[in-house]
Write a protein that binds this ligand. Structure first.
Ligand code: SF4
Length: 319
């Protein structure tokens, strides 16, 4: 039976030099960037232009994922003994991360403060809520890289797992953290279409030769409440914390997805097709602008200055 192994993290290298599909591989985020707007993918991956300064250090999804990464790493090593210890462990990690980010020059804005408050009120409670279940999971690791060949071995597909575990059956499965303001039945059904999760499942199948054990989408609801007039951030945070404590079942849910062998074959076929389209475009085709994505769910596209008046002053070219 093939041995399951976790590869060393090489993300830093990938993002600090000019992109070369042969050397750096194809990832889910590259495919999604290509599908969202070819012109943006062109600037980023063919011209190798990146913004000189990150406008906002505490990017929401990234920050919350990092909290999980650090917490589950510590859960494996330190093994907190109670729900309260799990809560305190997550809280102290958050404080450390916040201090480190500010020391490195993170911008502290109203938006940052709101994100940090949300993180403080939601993330430790999430760890406390799931502590009894989490402590019996056989975790193999968090935020680890994987790589498997695609397009007849001409390229590698690369990615990073959120959290992987080994079930009693010996099969490997994964947890994928999702942070949303709300979810409905359509969203939950749609998680089976999530490209990120599909690539995790495929990577496990390729590495272990077995269909993955259930995947769990670890859903964390972010409060969408607004700060009241005359309310301080501390009061706002306390109000959020009370709401979370009152209604924990609504804030924290895990959604299970079970894969069959045919699912793996379908996912592989789909991924091969995306990779083929991307490589074909990368070496040969012109780019289309998808202007419906200039104002996306994570804010405006960074490449608007170039797209509108070819202003490249705030970008650097990776070589
Ligand atoms: S500004 Fe709009 S059209 Fe231009 S790259 Fe960004 S998303 Fe594409």
């Amino acid at each position: 039976m093939p041995r399951y192994k976790i590869k060393k993290n090489t993300r830093e290298q990938r993002y600090s030099e000019a992109y070369d599909p042969k050397k750096h591989g194809i990832s889910r985020s590259i495919i999604e960037a290509f599908l969202s707007c070819q012109q943006a993918a062109d600037y980023r991956y063919r011209e190798n232009l990146t913004p000189r300064e990150e406008k906002f250090y505490f990017q929401e999804g990234t920050f919350l994922h990092s909290v999980d990464e650090k917490y589950y790493d510590q859960l494996i090593k330190k093994k907190p003994k109670s729900e309260d210890e799990a809560y305190q462990l997550c809280r102290s990690l958050l404080i450390k991360m916040e201090k480190a980010a500010i020391k490195q020059g993170a911008l502290v804005t109203e938006k940052t403060n709101k994100l940090l408050l949300t993180a403080h009120q939601i993330m430790p409670s999430h760890k406390k809520y799931w502590f009894k279940k989490d402590k019996v999971v056989n975790w193999l690791g968090t935020e680890k890289d994987f790589r498997f060949p695609v397009l007849g071995g001409a390229y590698d597909f690369i990615g990073t797992y959120d959290r992987v575990y080994k079930a009693k059956s010996g099969r490997v499965g994964f947890y994928d953290g999702k942070y949303k303001q709300s979810w409905d039945a359509n969203y939950l059904d749609g998680l089976e279409l999530d490209l990120q999760a599909k690539t995790y499942a495929l990577a496990i199948w390729k590495e272990t030769g077995k269909v993955p054990s259930p995947a769990y989408f670890d859903l964390v609801r972010k409060p969408g409440w607004r700060i009241k007039k005359d309310e301080t951030f501390t009061q706002f945070g306390e109000r959020m914390a009370e709401r979370v404590q009152e209604d924990q079942d609504k804030f924290f849910q895990r959604w299970k997805v079970i894969y069959q062998l045919q699912d793996m074959k379908n996912i592989l076929q789909e991924l091969e097709y995306y990779c083929e389209m991307f490589i074909d475009w990368f070496y040969r085709q012109k780019s289309m602008k998808n202007t419906t994505n200039c104002f996306g769910k994570y804010g405006t596209c960074s490449y608007i200055p170039i797209c509108t008046h070819n202003d490249r002053t705030s970008f650097k070219t990776l070589t």
